[in-house]
Design a protein around this ligand. Structure first.
Ligand code: FES
Length: 122
């Protein structure tokens, strides 16, 4: 069902975990399945210098969290906001059609963390 790339990413996550004293945290739940993802950001000069996540979800959601983290790290806030679920699926190579909604979880959590960061700044 899953591609080799998705399985490999799932088996060796690089961004899984938590950042103590994160500059921003965003948490979202997937309305379709109830899975949850929390993303932690370390931001310096409006750039995402570190990112970690905790995902309580399926293999696709965890692989998508990894892909989102890889795409977001090193990006400015503005660039990170432009990451789409299509970018995440492209980064993964492929996802079964019934798992496409799982890729949205990472993107939504990232956007929520950035929104919380902007709120905190004001
Ligand atoms: S089934 Fe819940 S995020 Fe994939």
């Amino acid at each position: 069902m899953y591609s080799k790339k998705v399985m490999d990413i799932f088996k060796k996550p690089k961004f899984s975990g938590e950042i103590k004293n994160a500059d921003a945290v965003g948490e979202v739940g997937n309305v379709k399945c109830g899975d949850i993802m929390r993303v932690y950001l370390k931001i310096k000069d409006e750039k995402i210098v570190d990112i970690k996540y905790k995902t309580y979800g399926c293999m696709a959601a965890i692989a998508a969290s990894e892909a989102m983290s890889k795409l977001a790290k090193g990006k400015t806030i503005e660039e990170a906001l432009r990451i789409s679920s299509q970018d995440i699926v492209k980064e993964l190579g492929d996802l079964p059609p019934i798992k496409i909604h799982c890729s949205v979880l990472g993107m939504d959590a990232l956007k929520k963390a950035i929104a919380n960061y902007e709120k905190k700044k004001k």
